[in-house]
Ligand binder design. Structure first.
Ligand SMILES: *Cc1c(COP(=O)(O)O)cnc(C)c1O
Length: 427
């Protein structure tokens, strides 16, 4: 459920007509809904309330400071995956004791920053990282609170680029080595082993793989406890999917997911963490764009919009689909026709959808909305083709604010510098 709906034939974000934002901010821009983010956070928090779980929002899905501030004020912790995200989360006001640091390639500098900040937990993904963290912590005179991320080797039945829990993926410690690594970790002076972490993938629509993974974790807890390893925390990762194909996919229900957690892991006496990202932010955002041209080819009709793959890379990167709709609902009885929706970037891959049904009346100047663009969209934007980073707008009821503005081309150029032997050219 989200708070983007038609009123008087015009798509609104909460109480704001999207054309109002397009006028004020220009297109393309991302528009996020406070009510939707809040609703999704509560869906998880409520489903897990009597399991005492902490919801650590995975900020890599949408790291805008206003989004982070909103969620952390509601009570969320944050899952970060780099030193940059750690600093941004702290700057947004996230309490260090609710931050979990994940990621397969944390540098010593990043590990030190996390220890100095006093994060709740560092999820260690390899033995070399374990040793590096041990050394950093001893140098600082600290013990690093860790979970060891294990790879349960289950197939999450999602796109290959977002599955993370198979033996061939780069993430986590192999299932068959887990017990040995835990036994060694507890002997390290700079390490305080707290528990187990896992994350099997993203955009998972079928809950069954979670159940398989959690049962394996349950067995591992028993083995580790028999080895004398204290397991007091379980971090279950994120991964719940959202609806991208209008009327097709059925999103998993956080309450059903919590039910699986309760059945499989609820009686182990462990503090639980979950790390939803996409399920909180995904359908809390749309990408608002304007049609530049409609171009009739011999075999196809192209709609060239002002958003491009640099603003929204998911279709080019994962073959993913975003439902695209006109912001103004066409009059009843208007036919639709299949159109290819493309951006202006000089790449054939800059294609958002092929044969997407759109009203025959769709014309240059019309606004369209790419739905379910709140997660893994603005965060992945780039400046390819000299296109400024796309701005972000947060709506709350009948007010909105630009929470990340569009940089000027001068600002884009300011990071570049000519070598001294070229100065004079063109100045
Ligand atoms: C990406 C990621 C998440 C969030 O995944 P979603 O599919 O967005 O819920 C959670 N935990 C870890 C370790 C991740 O890498």
């Amino acid at each position: 459920m989200h708070h983007f709906s038609d009123r008087d034939g015009i798509l609104h974000a909460e109480d704001i007509p999207l054309p109002t934002i397009a006028e004020a901010v220009g297109t393309p821009c991302y528009v996020y809904s406070t009510a939707t983010l809040t609703r999704h956070y509560h869906a998880f928090a409520n489903a897990f309330a009597n399991l005492g779980a902490t919801v650590c929002y995975a900020m890599k899905a949408n790291g805008n400071r206003a989004v982070l501030r909103l969620l952390t004020e509601l009570g969320a912790g944050v899952d970060v995956v780099s030193g940059g995200e750690l600093a941004l989360a702290l700057a947004a006001g996230a309490p260090a004791e609710r931050i979990v640091f994940s990621g397969v390639g944390k540098t010593e500098g990043e590990l030190e920053a996390a220890l100095r900040a006093g994060v709740h937990q560092i999820n260690v993904e390899s033995e070399p990282e374990l040793d590096a963290l041990d050394a950093v912590a001893r140098r600082l005179g600290l013990r690093a609170p860790i979970a060891i991320r294990v790879n349960p080797d289950v197939d999450a039945a999602t796109h290959a680029k977002i599955t993370t829990g198979r033996a061939e993926n780069k993430f986590g410690i192999e299932w068959t080595s887990a017990r040995r690594v835990f036994r060694r970790a507890v002997t390290l002076e700079g390490i305080a082993v707290k528990g187990i972490a896992l994350h099997i993938g993203s955009q998972i629509l079928d809950l069954a793989p979670f159940e398989v993974a959690f049962r394996k974790i349950r067995d591992l807890v028993a083995l580790l406890r028999a080895d004398g390893v204290t397991v007091e925390r379980l971090d279950l990762g994120g991964g719940l999917g959202v609806v991208y194909h209008d009327h097709h996919d059925v999103p998993p229900d956080p309450a059903a997911y919590a039910g699986i957690v309760r059945r499989t892991l609820g009686d182990l006496g462990c503090a639980l963490t979950i790390e939803p990202g996409r399920a909180i932010a995904g359908n809390a955002g749309v990408l608002l764009s304007r049609v530049i041209y409609r171009k009739a080819g011999i075999t196809r009709t192209f709609v060239i919009v002002d958003a491009a793959m640099n603003d929204l890379i998911r279709p080019a990167m994962y073959d993913s689909h975003h439902h695209i709709r006109p912001v103004t609902v066409p009059p009843p009885g208007t036919d639709t026709t299949p159109m290819d929706v493309v951006g202006p970037v000089c790449e054939s891959g800059d294609t958002f959808a092929r044969d997407h049904p759109l009203p025959v009346s769709l014309a240059a100047g019309d606004l369209v909305a790419f739905m379910t663009a709140g997660a893994y969209c603005a965060v992945m934007a780039g400046q390819y083709n000299g296109r400024p980073l796309v701005p972000e707008v947060l709506v709350d009821g009948d007010r909105f604010h630009v929470v990340r503005r569009r940089p000027t081309v001068a600002e884009m150029a300011a990071l570049e510098d000519l070598p001294p032997w070229m100065t004079g050219t063109g100045e």
